[in-house]
Design a protein around this ligand. Structure first.
Ligand code: AMP
Ligand code: ZN
Length: 140
C-alpha cells in the first residue's frame, strides 16, 4: 500500500523523523514542519492515498473521531478556542504532499493568518442547474 517515494509514507515507516503526537492502527498525527501557527497538526491515514475521494468509507469512519479528539488537545495546549480543519486535494487546491492529510490549525483573534473567501453568487437558474446535476451525479 505504501509509496516508497512519498514523504508521509516515509514518516509512517519511521524512515524520516517527525514530531509524532498520536497514532493508532489506521492513522498518524504529527506536527506540521512549517506551521501556520504553533500546534498546527497533520492527521494522515497510514496507508497511501493521494486524495480524499480515494479513501474507503470504513477508513474515513475510523479516522473521523480523531479530529475532535486532537482538536481538543490542540486547543488545550495552545490556549486557542478556534481552529480550522483544512484538507487540500489536487495542486490547484494547494495540495503539495500527495498523501491525504488533514490540517488542524489553531486560530487566535487577529493572528494575521486571514482567510480568503471571495464569495460570488449564482445568477438566474445556474444554482438550480448545478443542484440538479449534482443530484444526478450522486446517483451514478
Ligand atoms: P498541503 O499544501 O496541504 O499539501 O500541505 C502539506 C504540508 O505538509 C505543509 O504544511 C508542509 O509544511 C507539511 N510537510 C511537508 N513535509 C513535512 C514533514 N517532513 N514533516 C511534517 N510536515 C511536513
Ligand atoms: Zn504516502
Amino acid at each position: 500500500m505504501n509509496d516508497p517515494a512519498c514523504v508521509f509514507c516515509k514518516i509512517v515507516d519511521g524512515q524520516i523523523p517527525a514530531m509524532r503526537v498520536y497514532e493508532d492502527g489506521v492513522c498518524l498525527a504529527f506536527l506540521d514542519i512549517g506551521p501556520l501557527a504553533e500546534g498546527h497538526t497533520l492527521v494522515i491515514p497510514k496507508g497511501h492515498f493521494v486524495r480524499l475521494e480515494e479513501m474507503p468509507d470504513e477508513l474515513l469512519a475510523r479516522i473521523a473521531p480523531v479530529f475532535p479528539r486532537l482538536a481538543r488537545a490542540v486547543l488545550r495546549v495552545t490556549g486557542a478556542d478556534a481552529y480550522n480543519i483544512l484538507q487540500n486535494n489536487g495542486r490547484p487546491a494547494g495540495q503539495e504532499v500527495m498523501h491525504v492529510h488533514f490540517h488542524i490549525i489553531p486560530r487566535q483573534p487577529a493572528d494575521g493568518l486571514g482567510y480568503r473567501w471571495n464569495a460570488s453568487k449564482y445568477e438566474g437558474d445556474r444554482g438550480r442547474q448545478f443542484s440538479e446535476q449534482l443530484i444526478a451525479a450522486l446517483k451514478t
